[in-house]
Design a protein around this ligand. Structure first.
Ligand code: AQP
Length: 333
């Protein structure tokens, strides 16, 4: 049987938020108990949109702090930053030559992020999914915990792996990586608009719960979160046209480790103020300690740099071994 290996990454593009936590970090932590895992601060991805160098530097350390504060253990998982292992960029170039333009043209995240004026988007943003494929395939990772927003990119990684194996006549060289998407809540939505995903780059801070928000801020944001005038009803289908209501119910369910049906039963017939009160409570209980830990860890930057350095050393060993074989397969001397 093939060895299972988990790889995933988070961009150091600003405050980590509840979407990153529930969609990715929480899953990362539970996977490290039973699998070999690599978790990467994907700084090469971050610069596909301009980052102030000073802020990027601090964000790389803060994302590392977010990993540790959420429960990742550098003795169990390999924690490192992407730019420190040059194999990511090298393999990305090879995969740029494997991936087809037509495949990239279908990527919806590029369309969303580039907006109307795609001529002005960086080439890096366009080929971002190939770098993501390289991140995963460099380690021959078999499983990738991600939020549902990354599902399309992961399917592309599988297509690229398959084409590489076929083009170079090396059946099964790259395993086809499988997405691991949280069941209860695969996509945490904005608190202001239940049709948009919660995101770091959304202008309004009221659209998200940041991991570093104070208890007061969390309570205030949940109080102001958009809902509707209807009470909580039993039929799950009723929520198809109530995205904000569904989002709050899903967040509460995930944080309480219960099915959404159980949450609906708990609040049946009540209005949203009772759900919001309980949701604030559980959010403060879960998120505040993480935020406090991030602040504490950021006071010892040397420790965070050491964690990344040790992770880089471990990741480089796997990367170099695989790259050696990849260079040989491609025909480089
Ligand atoms: N709203 C979300 N719901 C569920 N999962 C989410 N993730 C991000 N937002 C949500 C997951 O978090 C991991 C790291 O994401 P990322 O920071 O590398 O990139 P992103 O998806 O582009 O996150 P943002 O917040 O939207 O960043 P910006 O605004 O900078 O683009 C991924 O597994 C992602 O699925």
């Amino acid at each position: 049987m093939k060895k299972e290996l988990v790889f995933s990454g988070v961009q150091p593009t600003g405050n980590l938020h509840l979407g990153n936590y529930l969609g990715a970090l929480k899953n990362f932590v539970s996977l490290q108990k039973s699998k070999n895992c690599l978790y990467c601060v994907v700084d090469l991805h971050a610069i596909t949109t301009f980052q102030n160098p000073k802020e990027l530097n601090s964000n790389i350390l803060e994302t590392t702090a977010g990993f540790l504060a959420s429960g990742l253990d550098p003795n169990k998982s390999i924690i490192f930053n992407q730019s420190s292992v040059s194999g990511h960029a090298e393999l990305a170039w090879i995969l740029n030559c494997v991936c087809r333009m037509g495949w990239l043209n279908r990527m919806t995240q590029f369309k969303d992020k580039a907006g109307k004026d795609k001529e002005k988007a960086s080439v890096g943003l366009y080929i971002y999914p190939n770098l993501m494929a390289a991140d995963i395939l460099l380690y021959k990772a078999t499983h990738v915990p991600v939020g549902a927003d990354q599902k399309q990119h992961l399917e592309l990684s599988r297509d690229i792996a398959q084409k590489f194996n076929k083009d170079f006549n090396h059946k099964d060289f790259f395993p086809l990586p499988k997405p691991l998407i949280q069941k209860n809540i695969s996509r945490v939505m904005s608190l202001r608009d239940g049709t948009k995903k919660m995101s770091k780059s959304e202008e309004s801070d009221y659209s998200r719960i940041n991991l570093k928000d104070s208890s007061d801020e969390i309570v205030k944001k949940i109080k102001k979160a958009k809902t509707d005038a209807d009470p909580i009803t039993e039929n799950i289908k009723d929520y198809e046209n109530r995205p904000e209501a569904y989002n709050l119910l899903s967040i509460y369910s995930d944080l309480s480790d219960q099915k959404i049906e159980t949450t609906i039963k708990e609040f049946l017939g009540k209005d949203f103020s009772s759900l919001k009160a309980k949701l604030s409570e559980i959010l403060v209980e879960t998120i505040s300690p993480i935020g406090k830990d991030i602040d504490k860890l950021m006071k010892d930057k040397k420790h965070l740099e050491d964690v990344l350095k040790k992770g880089k050393q471990k990741a480089s060993i796997i990367a170099e071994e695989n790259l050696k074989k990849i260079r040989e397969i491609v025909g480089f001397v």
